[in-house]
Design a protein around this ligand. Structure first.
Ligand SMILES: [Zn+2]
Length: 200
């Protein structure tokens, strides 16, 4: 059908009506969304100068997820991404460098863990955190960062934060969108890990 242009021009377009502006913008990149992607969102680290195009609703949702990582230090984010690829297993072990010589020139035995920097000793201030019973493992710290927490978080805080994040990221809370599923999986893995080590 050929559109009668005179007729077509008379169709009133309400402000905010997005249909007729399609073509000027790529479609929103959100899965299943067909609105114009009028809003740019940075793709993130290592992709500087590159942008996603989203509609207003989805740029807001994207930014929420994006900002979720903003509190992390760059290193933590990079480690997190690296670990996501390895299923968040700790990538190093205590005693890994045990083949080095000890102070007396003996070859240290595997499992003969020394702590030259005092990182794992009980040198911390007693009572500074609620969990001075044992040191926080490196992988636990990363898992806590994944949950947006740090090593001072109590068991209750970890559990509460976990529930909050799952509710927020679950597709059911996002009109069925699975856009946050990777973040959700990471949160679940982090929590499972903290459970498995007895941290919470
Ligand atoms: Zn959209």
């Amino acid at each position: 059908m050929k559109l009668d242009s005179k007729y077509f021009d008379k169709i009133r377009v309400k402000p905010g009506e997005e249909r007729l502006t399609r073509g000027k913008h790529p479609n929103c990149e959100w899965p299943g969304c067909a609105r114009p992607g009028r809003h740019k969102a940075p793709k993130g680290r290592d992709q500087e100068g590159q942008f996603h195009a989203f509609c207003l609703e989805h740029v807001q949702q994207y930014n929420k997820t994006y900002n979720y990582f903003a509190g992390m230090k760059d290193d933590a984010v990079r480690d997190f991404q690296k670990e996501a690829a390895t299923g968040h297993r700790p990538t190093w072990k205590l005693g890994q460098n045990a083949s080095t010589m000890d102070a007396k020139g003996r070859r240290a035995k595997p499992g003969d863990f020394r702590d030259p920097f005092g990182l794992f000793g009980d040198g911390g201030e007693p009572g500074k955190t609620a969990r001075s019973a044992r040191p926080v493992r490196n992988a636990e710290l990363k898992a806590l960062h994944t949950l947006g927490l740090d090593e001072t978080a109590s068991k209750d805080k970890v559990r509460t934060q976990y529930k909050t994040l799952v509710k927020r990221l679950h597709p059911d809370a996002n009109n069925g969108s699975r856009a946050n599923v990777d973040t959700l999986k990471a949160v679940i893995q982090a929590y499972d890990y903290l459970r498995s080590t007895g941290f919470c």
